[in-house]
Design a protein around this ligand. Structure first.
Ligand code: TYD
Ligand code: ZN
Length: 408
């Protein structure tokens, strides 16, 4: 049966496949390799509404459950970013509001909301993964363990009243039923409220061939044009767009109810700029597919050359993104001895699909490999600072996306 666009219901078909992919964030113990869950990761671009999307998405329960291994607070840089985000919300958005109510969709371990809590702002986090939510709760963040839905929104309105600000970071693009999220927002949002979210930006992915942003959790990669289309379906209006450097290039979208706030010139100019750059044209995606194949060939040939010279290679940062790279390029322990990482839930486990052991980053310096494949280019500055000795002692870093500069 043909596929229909998750946003506009137009018939769509995949322009490429990344093959069989596992759950990107499910790090396995040695006894659970058998029966590992896989899905065919085919990707589509909708020529009608411009939404970039996965053709098949695993059941959300497979991805966001009690073994969800991502903790926002694991990056100091991201913690700072959220502090700055909270300052933007408090000073630039709700400055004149008396007793504002702030809701965060997908509050994870509360890294963002703690900034509101400490400013004495009424807040509520919604988080379906109990393990990360319990960290937020233990820090006194008002948190509800649930999926964000129209029904939940209705019950929140009766329990707390409408929200002046609804926030989300790196979460809306995770939700296949994105229309139910927008519907829920339209129920919960105050008449003059704002909905602000930021997510990896499609244009950065296309321009830099950072195809690792495509994995099970990222049902969508948003653009200004696709969000503009989606907003209108729920009588919301895109009033501002603010590019961010996080996750290798993200976009902050600011929405309000239609006609309630001034639309900045940036929105108009960036909508046009995307069209002019080809982001809304299907042929851009055929080119992207070819670029992904080129990056795969280049990376594999680099790894093969190093191994045939008898040198050692390890991975650095067992990111979700790395799952797409290792599985698409078939990078196993044939190339990487292990992947060093800071996350307690991942250490001692094995990477999804390719079963590379994950080791505690504290052993990295002693291990002293000849080469390191950096998977977390988005945390390069923080990691380079931490591992300066390795670099000064002649260690080599390899970018997982060939040609993408590692910011030292
Ligand atoms: P991130 O790019 O945020 O993750 P994802 O692709 O999963 O969205 O990277 C988080 C991962 O990187 C996490 O597994 C911890 C690891 N990491 C380190 O190992 N060392 C570090 O210094 C940093 C910042 C992250
Ligand atoms: Zn569509």
């Amino acid at each position: 049966m043909g596929k229909l666009c998750l946003v506009c219901n137009c018939p769509i078909s995949p322009f490429m496949t990344f093959g069989r992919q596992p759950i990107a964030n499910r790090f396995l113990d040695a006894t659970s390799f058998e029966g590992e869950y896989y899905f065919d990761m085919d990707v589509c671009f909708c020529p009608n509404c411009s939404m970039f999307q996965l053709a098949n998405t695993p059941d959300p329960e497979e991805m966001f459950n009690d073994s969800y291994a991502f903790y926002t607070s694991s990056s100091r840089f991201m913690a700072n970013h959220f502090k700055e985000f909270a300052r933007y919300v408090l000073e630039d958005v709700v400055d004149d509001k008396i007793d504002p109510f702030v809701v965060e969709i997908g509050c994870n371990d509360g890294t963002m909301l703690k900034n509101f809590k400490s400013a004495g702002i009424r807040h509520l986090g919604i988080e379906p993964s109990r393990n990360v939510a319990s960290v937020a709760i233990s820090q006194g963040i008002n948190t509800r363990v649930d999926f964000f839905s129209p029904n939940l929104a209705r019950s929140l309105v009766s329990d707390y009243g409408v929200a002046d600000v609804i926030l989300a970071t790196n979460v809306i693009c995770h939700i296949p039923d994105v229309k139910s999220v927008f519907e829920a927002v339209s129920i919960l949002l105050a008449d003059d409220g704002v909905f602000i979210f930021e997510e990896p930006y499609l244009k950065d992915v296309i321009d830099k061939t950072t195809y690792d942003q495509i994995y099970d959790e990222h049902t969508f990669l948003f653009s200004i044009n696709s969000i503009n289309y989606l907003s209108k379906l729920f009588t919301l209006e895109l009033i501002d767009v603010l590019p961010q450097s996080t996750h290798g290039g993200s976009m902050r979208y600011v929405l309000a109810r239609q006609g309630k706030r001034t639309v900045t010139d940036r929105v108009f100019s960036q909508l046009v700029a995307e069209v002019n750059s080809g982001l809304t044209s299907p042929h851009t995606y055929d080119k992207f597919k070819r670029n992904c194949e080129i990056k795969r060939t280049e990376l594999l040939s680099t790894l093969k050359n190093i191994k045939s010279a008898g040198k050692s290679i390890v991975g650095y940062a067992a990111t979700s993104k790395s799952t797409t790279i290792t599985n698409y390029c078939s990078i196993t322990t044939e190339y990487l001895d292990c992947i060093f990482d800071t996350t307690p839930l991942k250490i001692g486990r094995y990477s999804p699909g390719t079963h590379i052991p994950v080791r505690d980053h504290v052993h990295f310096r002693n291990y002293n490999p000849d080469y390191v494949l950096l998977f977390a280019y988005n945390h390069a500055a923080e990691i380079m600072e931490k591992e300066r000795d390795y670099t000064l002692n002649g260690g080599h870093w390899i970018s997982c996306i060939p040609g993408l500069e590692i910011q030292k």
